[in-house]
Design a protein around this ligand. Structure first.
Ligand SMILES: Cc1cc2nc3c(=O)[nH]c(=O)nc-3n(C[C@H](O)[C@H](O)[C@H](O)COP(=O)(O)OP(=O)(O)OC[C@H]3O[C@@H](n4cnc5c(N)ncnc54)[C@H](O)[C@@H]3O)c2cc1C
Length: 312
């Protein structure tokens, strides 16, 4: 059991956490990043990124490795650990980890991201990054002129289907009910869009594919009314059944919105606890993109530097 003492503690090693670390370290502050259970964050789940400026194409793993190396080279201390409890009521702040370590810090940046909700199918795990995605903005481009499935019936699923219809030839929206939950205006757009068909009352039982080269070829769906199953051919499957911010440990410590996202003051990263800042997907129910999280990390670092100067 170790005690780490640092000026700035950053929780999370996604684009927000690493960028915050890079900015803060360059300001001469002692910085510790705790990686969490997914070192590199969500981007490590994708094999090709084409929308991070400066890289025409790069794998998520490689991009995050570069960010980590940059942060470590600038003097950021990196610890592979997972925080399970925080005390923001006393100063210095204390965060405790599953390994029994304690982290004491004058300021904290929370960059614990969010997790896409999945269907929890074995085949979904198998083809994740090989035709299965949770992000149309990120991966839709790879399906120009092809057939894709979107799973879900809320605003995000419908928005993803409409977006994908601008790229793909055919979009099949699979929804387990007979009525979409999305706003009426979005529902109307789906009805009007000739490229989108809705597979009502249906659940995905399996994502089908081949191994060499590894790729999705379709899905098997079951109609919940009739119990009948059928195969739908498709090149990609976008799961759009929601996101969950990773904020369980902050409940009762910070103000969260109704969906669990950390609430920050307008135009900055400050939370309701002075000295605690939030960056990236953990505070962003809408945009959820790497470049935006990186920018958000830079903002949080600049806010934290200003705060640390003010209490020095
Ligand atoms: C399959 C997929 C493909 C994507 N493709 C693209 C793309 O092509 N382009 C793009 O711009 N965006 C893409 N995205 C979205 C992008 O990955 C996210 O917007 C971005 O990673 C968010 O960055 P973040 O730093 O806020 O959080 P995350 O990347 O979610 O990182 C969160 C970090 O917090 C850590 N953590 C969580 N809980 C704790 C804890 N208790 N203690 C310590 N650490 C903790 C995790 O281990 C992780 O390191 C994709 C997302 C997915 C799921």
């Amino acid at each position: 059991m170790a005690l780490y003492t640092t000026d700035l503690l950053i929780l999370g090693s996604g684009p927000a956490g690493y960028t915050a670390g890079i900015y803060a370290a360059r300001a001469g502050i002692s910085v510790t990043i705790v990686s969490g259970n997914q070192e590199g964050g969500q981007l490590t789940m994708t094999s090709a990124i084409e929308n991070f400026p400066g890289f025409e194409e790069i794998s998520g793993f490689e991009l995050m490795d570069k960010m980590k190396n940059q942060a470590v080279k600038l003097g950021v201390q990196f610890v592979n650990d997972y925080i399970v409890e925080v005390d923001f009521a006393h100063r210095p702040f204390v965060c405790s980890s599953e390994n029994g370590h304690s982290y004491k810090a004058k300021a904290v940046i929370i960059a614990t991201g969010s997790s896409a909700k999945w269907l929890n199918l074995e085949s979904e795990k198998k083809f994740l990054g090989y035709g299965v995605s949770a992000c149309a903005t990120c991966d839709g481009f790879f399906y120009r002129g092809r057939t894709v499935v979107v799973v879900g019936g809320g605003n995000s699923a419908v928005a993803e289907a409409l977006y994908l219809a601008t790229l793909a030839d055919r979009v099949i929206l699979v929804h387990r009910r007979h009525q979409l939950r999305a706003d009426k205006i979005l529902q109307d757009r789906v009805k009007e869009n000739r490229k989108i068909v809705v597979e009502w009352d249906s659940v995905v039982e399996e994502i089908l594919g081949v191994d060499e080269p590894k790729k999705v070829t379709g899905i098997r769906v079951r109609n919940v009314e009739t119990d009948a199953t059928k195969v739908i051919n498709a090149d990609g499957v976008f799961v759009a059944v929601g996101h969950q911010p990773n904020t369980e440990i902050f409940k009762g410590n910070l103000v969260l919105d109704s969906k669990g996202y950390i609430v920050t003051h307008a135009n900055c990263s400050a939370t309701d606890v002075e000295g605690v800042f939030a960056a990236g997907d953990v505070k962003d129910p809408k945009y959820k993109q790497a470049v935006i999280s990186a920018g958000s990390g830079a903002i949080a670092a600049m806010d934290a530097i200003e705060y640390l100067d003010s209490v020095a």
